[in-house]
Write a protein that binds this ligand. Structure first.
Ligand code: COA
Length: 462
């Protein structure tokens, strides 16, 4: 209980709200307002000063106890030494959940850890939950909540991002905006004194706005709880993780960063595999997979068809598919349908080469045929930019055909080229069709979807 209040609060207080631009207590107020939170926002500041943000002026309360209304979530941005008292007051007030931005607790060592434990004890006495401390906040796009000091304009979508690292998490928020990755939530989890990955997974499992979950983690405190929860959640929604601290020295760095025990990496690896969690090794890989897993339906079979206008990228995609264990559909009788959309020197063998002459009509016909064919289960559309077809026009064709087909099969896109290719990729990603600048990345993302789907089906049959 209490975790829901992070995402569905009816009112939010910022304790340590500040009128001074450049302070975290100011940035959080500003983000809450600018991202359009529609519930009530209360500023708490010990000096009782007025807080002006843009054209809004907030009266501030000297204590949360003075707020004349119920408060579901209180974001704490006061120095560490004041946090225990503020937590106690929040408990008296009946607040449900406390994201504590403040640093200077468990990550400093034993002394700080003790204070952290006391704070959690106080919170639990009142039935409150704590997120953090040592965090950058929480975002939930369906309810227009941005209670962070990160970027304001997070793109709404279906991926929930959980980050144990603060600075990296903030940077990733910015990166998702640039790369058009739509997010349902961003949760900075910091020292995990109370709310942990498993608690959040439970919430996202039930959350209709979230289709996939990406976790940046350095370590878990309760490994069994994480594994059991992750396994249950993976049966419904894919979880991707980047687990840092793989090397011995990296593990030591993780211990001093968020105070977590990184543990033997092989144990993590085995645990992830058993619980259906997909482990990515880099940020790029994690988000590549997340785009596909967060947007596409599961495949209904193993047959993959590659449509391309360039033999070269077709071959590269085929190599990647073979390496990833994907099955390229090779029933020539059925593949012949593609001959209708290519010149006589094209090749309808999979990878289907529509040739460098392929224009919008070729792609339109071939994509439609692949989407309609019952034995073609997944499609990779590849395009090398030529003067024959503007990649942005190809993007429009893909969006139209995929939407008209009811988005029932996985379809990934790779467009190699210049500035127009990048624009086309952005257009597709904004519409929830995973698009990449390299064929291998599209294929590997499709392969991640297959791995998860196969794991899930195996669980059903066991
Ligand atoms: N109740 C209400 N308001 C209080 C208060 C209390 N008990 N104690 C202080 N305040 C007010 C202050 O008056 C100040 O408001 P002002 O700007 O109008 O003067 C505001 O709260 C903040 O307090 P201040 O002492 O100025 O602290 P700060 O803003 O310099 O730093 C933190 C506060 C929490 C940001 C800082 O201690 C910290 O932990 N920084 C690290 C945060 C971080 O990196 N987190 C992890 C990210 S991943």
């Amino acid at each position: 209980m209490g975790v829901e209040a992070l995402f569905e609060p009816r009112s939010i207080a910022v304790i340590g709200a500040s009128e001074k631009p450049g302070k975290i207590g100011y940035a959080i107020m500003k983000n809450l307002i600018e991202y359009g939170y529609e519930g009530k926002i209360y500023a708490v500041n010990v000096k009782g000063v007025e807080i002006k943000i843009g054209n809004r002026v907030f009266k501030s309360y000297k204590s949360i106890l003075d707020v004349p209304d119920e408060v579901d979530m209180a974001v704490i941005v006061v120095p560490a030494k004041f946090v225990p008292q503020v937590v106690d007051e929040c408990g008296k007030k009946g607040v449900k959940v406390l994201p504590i931005i403040t640093s200077g607790f468990g990550e400093l060592g034993e002394e700080g850890k003790k204070v952290e434990e006391q704070i959690v004890e106080t919170a639990h006495k009142y039935g409150m939950r704590i997120l953090g401390p040592n965090i950058f906040g929480v975002v939930y796009t369906p309810n227009k909540i941005n209670a962070t000091f990160g970027p304001t304009d997070v793109m709404p979508g279906s991926l929930a991002l959980i980050s144990q690292s603060g600075a990296l998490g903030i940077a990733l928020m910015g990166w998702t905006i640039l790369e058009k990755v739509g997010l349902s939530a961003v949760v900075s989890i910091g020292n995990k004194s109370d709310i942990d990955d498993a608690d959040l997974l439970e919430y996202f499992k039930k959350d209709d706005n979230t289709k996939a979950i990406l976790i940046y983690m350095e370590g878990v405190t309760d490994g069994r709880k994480f594994m059991e929860t992750a396994k249950e959640v993976s049966k419904k929604k894919p979880i991707i993780t980047i687990k840092a601290g793989r090397s011995e020295r990296g593990a030591k760095a993780a211990a001093s960063h968020t105070g977590s025990l990184a543990g033997a990496d092989k144990i993590y690896d085995a645990a992830f595999k058993q619980s259906g969690v997909l482990r990515a090794l880099t940020i790029g890989e994690a988000f590549d997979w997340a785009r596909t897993l967060g947007n596409l339906p599961e495949p209904e079979g193993e047959n993959v068809v590659i449509l391309t206008n360039g033999g070269g990228i077709g071959v590269m995609a085929t190599d990647a598919a073979e390496e990833e264990g994907l099955h390229l559909y090779d029933n020539l009788e059925e593949l012949k349908v593609f001959a209708n959309y290519m010149p006589p020197f094209g090749s309808y063998k999979n990878p289907v080469d529509l040739t460098g002459m392929a224009g919008a009509e070729s792609y339109e016909g071939a994509i439609k045929a692949a989407l309609e064919h019952p034995e073609m289960h997944s499609i990779a559309v590849l395009y090398c930019q030529t003067a024959v077809l503007d990649p942005r026009d190809l993007a429009k064709v893909v969006i139209r055909e995929y939407n008209e087909s009811g988005r029932k099969k996985p379809l990934v896109v790779a467009i190699v080229g210049g500035i127009e290719a990048k624009e086309a990729i952005d257009i597709l990603n904004e519409k929830g069709i995973p698009a990449y600048p390299e064929p291998e990345r599209a294929i590997k993302a499709l392969s991640a979807l297959y791995r998860w789907s196969r794991w899930k089906n195996k669980q059903k049959s066991e």
